[in-house]
Design a protein around this ligand. Structure first.
Ligand code: HEC
Length: 189
């Protein structure tokens, strides 16, 4: 009571204590609600998702997976790493401004793309958004380098690295109508 009103204005949010306005209790409640709504579902309960849109996960043919592993070792592992672990700092652009090769296991985001999109990336190569050079960030693999069968084998291998949850998600993408992707060689500059 004995405090000058000006003193409060000078340091409005310092100690928190009595200066906290009333309505913060409702925003705190909202924050808690958000935490409750988003928190556990995203991390703590991997297998709990049983949405009505669940689709059956096709079984992988072990023979195809091991053929795919060989293709991967010959054509992809030099950049994407042994066992598709990727480059350690794959989210940081390198000196040239390019993104390094990402992992294809659960820690990457390959599982977010449909088979059709993945085949298109492998066939056409990829230009990342920071790349201002004439080359693509990832080289294209044309039919004289990889057959359609080899691409499908390599996709089977990548799928064998994913959790059931990610395989489920990817299978749902396979059943969506295709989203057209911009051609990586179109830009260039
Ligand atoms: C010369 C290095 C290099 C080789 C060889 C290479 N890649 Fe890549 N790949 C990259 C880079 C770099 C990126 C990331 C580009 C970006 O993020 O924009 C990438 C991205 C990808 C992506 C997209 C991942 C995503 O989540 O968006 C897929 C899929 C992929 N590569 C598959 C393959 C496969 C399969 C092979 C072998 C047939 C292969 N790559 C060979 C460098 C390479």
């Amino acid at each position: 009571m004995g405090r000058a009103p000006g003193a409060r204005l000078a340091e409005p949010r310092r100690a928190g204590g009595e200066a906290v306005p009333r309505r913060s209790s409702s925003s705190l409640a909202l924050g808690l609600l958000l935490v409750l709504a988003c928190g556990p579902a995203s991390s703590a309960q991997p297998a709990a998702r049983s949405s009505p849109t669940s689709v059956p996960i096709p079984t992988l043919d072990p023979g195809q997976v091991s053929r795919g592993r060989v293709v991967f070792g010959q054509h992809c592992a030099s950049c994407h790493g042994v066992d598709a672990h990727g480059t350690p700092d794959w989210q940081q652009p390198d000196g040239r401004g390019d993104l390094p090769a990402p992992p294809h296991d659960d820690t990457g985001h390959t599982w977010r793309h449909s088979d059709a999109q993945l085949s298109e990336i492998i066939r056409g190569g990829l230009r990342d958004q920071f790349n201002k050079t004439p080359e693509l960030t990832m080289p294209p693999f044309q039919t004289d380098q990889l057959s359609d069968q080899q691409i499908s084998d390599v996709l089977a291998y990548l799928k064998s690295l994913w959790s059931a949850e990610h395989r489920q998600f990817q299978e749902e993408q396979n059943r969506r109508p295709p989203i057209p992707m911009p051609s990586p060689s179109a830009g260039g500059g």
